[in-house]
Design a binder for this molecule. Structure first.
Ligand code: F6R
Length: 263
């Protein structure tokens, strides 16, 4: 994993948006995996700015969102589908028929999940998957104990996740207890992965998934096994890392490697 530590939320968001924009410019029909939550809001704002200011073109890309609450209709104001349209899609020139978000109110979540996996495969697989991380180490809604081989399916949410996400709802009782989520196996098949995290509340779990052992109890630790994973943290989320100086040194000395390989 490449660890990039940025001073604050703004620079974390700018850095991650630049990485995503670079991939879109490199491959116009990029298949992009997306996350919701507080963390990526700044990144999506930056991408919308790049679209407006520099004409960053979303018209040929396909997107797949990680997850959706079970039983919420796509237009429900707490649904992740609604979140994505409010925070990114309506601000850029994306083609609505190339946008995929799991359908929370599907009649048959199992059939739907298989269909979702097929859509990802038929699109050629995910080129770049954007992730946030929960305080219990989840990516997508793969709560502690999720199999590293898991595919898109229904998962029950942990008490901690329900409490953390209650801020988006009128009251905690309204938070759905289940969600449809891509599995760890699905996420790990993405060619590149970009995880972003900010704030002191994420500091402990960031230390665990980056510097601790690979364990299904912290599902983000599976990224240690990925061949191309970038993690961008703000200073608060990075505050408990033991090897901070080393990551900064690598970042500041990358030119040495480039020189050695003649670039
Ligand atoms: C959301 C998702 C979750 C969030 C995580 C962090 O689509 O997959 O794993 O990324 O719960 O949420 P925030 O960013 O609100 O702290």
């Amino acid at each position: 994993m490449e660890i990039i530590i940025t001073p604050d939320y703004e620079s974390m968001s700018k850095t991650s948006a630049e990485i995503i924009a670079k991939e879109i410019r490199r491959k116009h029909d990029l298949v992009l995996g997306l996350a919701t939550g507080d963390t990526p809001i700044g990144t999506y704002r930056e991408l919308a700015n790049l679209h407006k200011a520099e004409g960053l073109d979303f018209s040929k890309i396909t997107t797949f969102n990680l997850d959706e609450y079970l039983d919420l209709a796509p237009l429900h104001k707490n649904s992740y589908n609604y979140f994505m349209w409010e925070n990114l899609f309506k601000h850029v020139n994306i083609s609505p028929h190339k946008v995929f978000v799991p359908q929370g109110n599907t009649d048959d979540p199992e059939v739907f999940s298989d269909w979702y996996e097929r859509q990802i495969r038929d699109a050629g697989g995910i080129d770049l998957q954007v992730l946030g991380i929960g305080r219990d180490g989840h990516i997508g809604f793969n709560e502690p104990g999720s199999s590293f081989a898991s595919r898109t399916r229904v998962k029950g949410l942990y008490e901690q996740t329900i409490k953390d996400n209650a801020r988006f709802f009128d009251k905690e009782e309204d938070v759905p207890r289940f969600a449809i989520t891509m599995g760890i196996g699905t996420i790990m098949e993405a060619k590149k992965i970009l995880l972003i995290a900010n704030g002191e509340a994420k500091a402990e779990v960031c230390r665990e998934f980056i510097e601790g052992p690979v364990t299904s109890q912290i599902t983000a630790s599976a990224l240690q096994l990925h061949s191309y994973a970038i993690v961008i943290l703000d200073a608060e989320a990075a505050s408990k890392l033991k090897r901070k100086e080393y990551y900064n040194w690598i970042r500041d000395n990358k030119h040495i490697v480039r020189k050695q390989i003649g670039r």
